[in-house]
Design a protein around this ligand. Sequence first.
Ligand code: MRU
Length: 385
Amino acid sequence: MVLQAIKYTRGSLQILDQLKLPHAEVYDDIRTSTDAWHAIKEMRTRGAPAIAIVAALALAVELENIATKGELSQFGEEVKVFIEEKLEYLVTSRPTAVNLADAARKLKKAVEEAAKDDSVSGEAVKEAYIKAAEKMLVDDVQDNEAIGKHGAEWVVKNTEVGKSGQVSMLTHCNTGSLATAGYGTALGVIRSLHSNGSLKHAFCTETRPYNQGSRLTAFELVHDNIPATLVTDSMAAALLRLKGPSERIAAIVVGADRVAANGDTANKIGTYSLAIAAKHHGVKFLVAAPRTTIDLDTQSGEGIVIEERPGKEVTMIKGPRHDGASLDLQNVETVSIAANGIGVWNPAFDVTPAELIDGIITEVGVVEKGSDGGFNLQRLFDDTP
Ligand code: MRU
């Protein structure tokens, strides 16, 4: 069975509630852009590409349902303005991942194009929007499969492959089917290595404070029968010292929320520490992301806004009650794991400087640093209209 975080058909959108995973698989209906805004803010859906696609499709569903009820304006210009306002609102849900802003920009462009002619109907503008939003869902899966293929080839070619012809990999956060329209970016590279017979073992970090690694990536790895081990974030550097046949890490591969023009990369908090540890141990450090995550308008990591989340995500933890023998899935509890009254800093992301990154894996290939020591990311877009 394929893991699906986003279920979409014309007029209907459901998201897998990622706050309930891995213990319960519950889908929530998303009928409007307001529903999507809240689902993104609360992180019931998360991951840079998934956020963008859920937002885009939520508005597609809202428009379709307005039209079905006979409430869509007959004037193209009015529908265009409605769409623009909703997109601007959706972009405010989470600030760091650029994919949502990129999707909004492209969708506005598609709508502008459709509404060029003054006599265009509201229905035609709505159709142009829905077609563009639906294309994003399809394109993301294809892009991820290409990222997986390019990344797996690069790893096999550029790292120390064991006698078995296989490599072990470490990843952080969740970048798989749950974070995208399907397959995943960094986890897509691990999936691709596995399906080629080139993966010895995958390690995933717990990813505090929200535990995307232990709850979501571990869930995906178990689901796909990929040989894998969970470590806490604080164990990663110690793991990189190990030289056993399964434990020798060939490369760390992570996703991204925003890659600046110079290659500085914002990703889940903890990524920066992993990159420093990788450099110290001579382990390759790779970022896997579609071009929709690359923000050429932001020159460096200095310009990336880092979202800060509520302190209770650090001081509290949620899960089903465990009586020592089994889980009681009917009884989900939130418990405190910190001293009452302590101050908390909870940035959701950090920025890894480009100098610590060996390659950026995209759907059109892997970019390495040039002779000037920098990434030339512009060339990834040179053929794009
Ligand atoms: O806060 P999250 O769970 O949305 O953060 C997710 C990440 O940092 C991912 O690594 C990134 O979005 C890439 S997902 C393909």
